[in-house]
Design a protein around this ligand. Structure first.
Ligand SMILES: Cc1cc2nc3c(=O)[nH]c(=O)nc-3n(C[C@H](O)[C@H](O)[C@H](O)COP(=O)(O)OP(=O)(O)OC[C@H]3O[C@@H](n4cnc5c(N)ncnc54)[C@H](O)[C@@H]3O)c2cc1C
Length: 436
């Protein structure tokens, strides 16, 4: 009887959230052979916007037009923040490559510049984001110019209310109107779901009937906003068809999670990563890691496969996220790293996890818990040294950051993935990396 299967690679990426996807793409771009392990479910919750850094300091909720000036301020104020430890030119380059890969995989973004674009959120607030899908960018332009604009929603679609957005913006955007319409063939459905509408709008007939209704409501509107349901895999074509038929810029506004742009982002990243030659094990989890006696390779034990499989890698990147990703877990004694039990930077006691005021604008210490890394992105062991020279950590599992409050989720993932893969490549170069 044969034993468990073994697969070899230069770099094994554990995790398939934003950080794992970015790491896998960057590893392939460097010519490294790469196996990625993990389920990408968390990306479904993303809005499609790629935030670099929107808020700093979080306690003051200060918003920035330039994410790069924000990163510079972060580096002055919180040099231990992982995003502050990545060179700005590397951040730019990493975003360009990431966004180009998404474009090639069918999810195009507006050209990246120096500034965040302000966009409307599903609840009518305004958020600055760096990477904006092309289907959303006309909304940023309309918002900036306060163009007379019509927002459409569909009766029965609970995850989006155009009326709520208009009410929130009424004082500063008098030319913003809304209208609620019936979605074709759904007159008898009490509740509608974004993904179903997005799929249905890929049919020319459904699209034309929707456009016919909206045309009659246009009035003086010079732009039209919709919930982000304009197509799934063919979203760029569906969006273009709406613009051509309505004769004005059309834009999408993200709905609450799980959103259609999250579905598109997941599909585009899966296509991009697979097309780059990365082998994916999306049904597996890593149970444990052993290093060989000479310290040259790590063997990852995977679960979920009959007979078991192991992956032998010359370097390993941990992109396993925090509590929702299950890279960290917590019990009465504290917070633990889930695979290797690496030391986690965390408050001294459970009592110190949260501020007294749950709504404290400074956020909670528990949200800054995570792995400590050295200058080359190696997680530290209990002696404050690199746990293993071939082990790296990226993304939200890193300590000293609160990506949700800083609005830097994708920025943290993409920038640290790039920086770590630069180190992996440097380490493996000359030792036959990518020449299996
Ligand atoms: C509700 C919501 C809204 C968001 N909105 C935005 C937004 O507007 N803009 C933006 O930029 N970003 C947004 N994000 C995304 C955010 O950028 C990322 O989720 C965040 O950066 C964390 O990414 P991560 O890859 O570090 O971790 P996660 O996304 O948590 O991914 C961790 C991965 O590791 C895997 N994993 C863990 N343990 C193992 C194991 N033992 N073996 C194998 N795999 C394992 C998990 O399955 C998962 O794939 C949003 C996220 C959420 C949840």
């Amino acid at each position: 009887m044969s034993g468990p299967e073994r697969a070899n690679c230069d770099v094994a990426v554990i995790g398939a959230g934003m950080a794992g996807m970015a790491t896998a793409l960057f590893a392939a771009a460097q010519g490294l052979s790469c196996i990625q392990i993990g389920n990408a479910g968390s990306i479904l919750f993303a809005s499609g916007l790629l935030d670099l850094l929107g808020v700093h300091p979080v306690a003051e909720a200060r918003r920035w037009r330039s994410p790069f000036q924000a990163v510079a301020a972060l580096a002055r104020d919180q040099p231990e923040h992982p995003l502050a430890r990545v060179d700005q030119s590397a951040i730019r380059h990493a975003f360009e490559i990431f966004v180009a890969a998404l474009g090639s995989a069918g999810m195009p973004y507006a050209p990246l510049g120096e500034l965040n674009r302000d966009v409307l959120t599903s609840i009518g607030t305004i958020k600055g984001s760096y990477g904006v899908p092309l289907t959303m960018v006309a909304g940023a332009d309309a918002l900036a110019a306060r163009t007379p604009c019509l927002l459409i929603d569909f009766r029965g679609l609970r995850e989006f209310s155009a009326a709520q957005i208009v009410a929130a913006q009424a004082d500063s955007w008098p030319g913003l109107r809304h209208a609620r319409i019936e979605f074709p063939n759904s007159e008898n459905s009490p509740e509608l779901y974004g993904a179903h509408l997005a799929g249905a709008l890929e049919s020319a007939d459904t699209r034309e009937r929707t456009i016919g209704v909206v045309k009659q409501l246009l009035g003086a509107a010079q732009a039209v906003g919709f919930p982000a349901v304009l197509g799934l895999a063919r979203a760029p074509q569906v969006h273009a068809a709406f613009e051509a038929a309505l004769g004005v810029p059309v834009f999408e506004i993200p709905t609450i999670p799980t959103s259609v742009p999250g579905l598109r982002l997941l599909a585009a990243l899966e296509r991009a990563v697979s097309a780059s030659g990365v082998e994916r094990r999306q049904r597996s989890r890593v149970r444990g890691i052993d290093y060989d006696a000479a310290g040259k390779t790590a063997t990852l034990a995977l679960d979920d496969l009959a007979g078991g499989e192991s992956v032998v890698a010359r370097s390993v990147v941990l992109a396993t996220g925090r509590f929702t990703g299950r890279g960290l877990s917590a019990d009465r004694r504290g917070v633990r790293e889930s695979i290797l039990d690496l030391p986690v930077s965390q408050p001294d006691s459970r009592d110190a996890w949260h501020q007294r005021d749950f709504l404290d604008p400074a956020g909670h210490p528990i949200n800054r818990a995570g792995l400590m890394v050295d200058d080359t992105w190696h997680p530290l062991d209990a002696t404050a040294r690199a746990a293993w020279p071939g082990l790296f950590a990226v993304g939200s599992i890193l300590a000293h950051q609160d990506w949700m409050r800083s609005k830097c989720g994708s920025g943290l993932a993409i920038a640290t993935a790039w920086a770590a893969i630069e180190q992996v490549t440097r380490q493996l170069r000359g030792a036959g990396a990518g020449q299996r």
